[in-house]
Design a protein around this ligand. Structure first.
Ligand code: NAD
Length: 253
């Protein structure tokens, strides 16, 4: 369905080169947004694809875990588009390990990319979002930010942190006119899920009791993108501080 909810609106999408971020960027572009695509891997071809379809968009190579890169990213967004209306903090990395298997460097990287990045992004973006009508931030957490999971200690900790950071920031910035929400996807067909599954092979004893989504399948990136766009749009004008599950009912039982 073609709508124009984001006509002329300016946004940053992190992790836009793959999976959920890519599906989100494509749908935002279709709905009229002007986008800065931020990723550690090349997304020039995606920016060109969106531009060819009439959506002004630009790729900025960015490591979301580095504060100085956020200063650069927000400043060049303002220089290019003249403002910022929404921010989608989606970039993330998996780690399928127990605490005993996790090195200090692995812990630090997962927390930096999945959690600290959201703090850095919001610290850089809120001054520009403040006062923009309909300003919104959507953080991509996980159902693993709400429930535990075998062999995903640092990942669960990082996503639980994203959920709580979302709630805390929603309180602090409601008066600034910025709605801040999280989506909590269940298993979604992307390279990140492949990496989790690969790491979990041979651990069937631990995973035997893991739940299957009520809907009997894993999700598609486009199904999470739909929820992200909803929360970023005026359709969600009375929603802030929420953590929306998009997990096919996985955590309902
Ligand atoms: P993906 O691997 O397809 O995409 C992740 C993107 O983030 C990649 O393009 C990658 O290059 C980018 N990225 C990684 N580290 C980065 C960094 N330091 N700086 C900038 N970009 C970086 O994975 P996905 O499944 O689309 O994941 C998107 C988000 O959804 C993640 O936060 C992930 O934790 C979350 N999530 C995914 C699932 C799932 O089953 N796929 C479930 C719940 C939550």
């Amino acid at each position: 369905m073609q709508t124009t909810r984001f006509q002329g609106r300016i946004g940053i999408v992190t992790g836009a080169a793959s999976g959920i971020g890519l599906a989100t960027a494509r749908r935002l572009a279709r709905e009229g947004a002007r986008l800065v695509l931020a990723d550690i891997q090349d997304a020039d071809a995606i920016a060109e694809e969106l531009a060819a379809e009439g959506a002004e968009s630009v790729f900025h190579r960015t490591d979301v875990a580095v504060a100085s890169e956020w200063t650069r990213l927000t400043q060049s967004t303002i220089a290019r588009f003249g403002g910022l209306d929404f921010l989608i903090n989606n970039a993330g990395i998996p780690l399928a390990k127990t605490v005993l298997e996790t090195s200090e460097a692995e812990w630090d990287r997962v927390i930096a990319v999945n959690l600290k990045s959201v703090f850095l992004a919001c610290r850089a973006a809120v001054p520009f979002l403040r006062g923009r009508p309909g300003a919104a931030i959507v953080n991509v957490a996980s159902e693993l930010g709400l429930v535990g999971h075998a062999t995903a200690a640092a990942y669960c900790a990082s996503k639980g942190g994203v959920v709580q950071l979302t709630r805390a920031m929603a309180i602090d910035h409601a008066a600034d006119g910025i709605r801040i929400n999280a989506v909590c996807p269940g298993p979604v067909d992307t390279p990140l899920l492949d990496a989790f599954n690969q790491a979990e092979q041979g651990r069937t004893a631990v995973l035997e009791n893991e739940a299957v989504p009520l809907l009997g399948r894993i999700g598609r990136p486009e199904e999470v993108a739909a929820a992200i766009l909803f929360l970023a749009s005026e359709d969600a004008g009375f929603i802030t501080g929420s953590a929306l599950l998009v997990d096919g009912g996985l955590t309902a039982r």
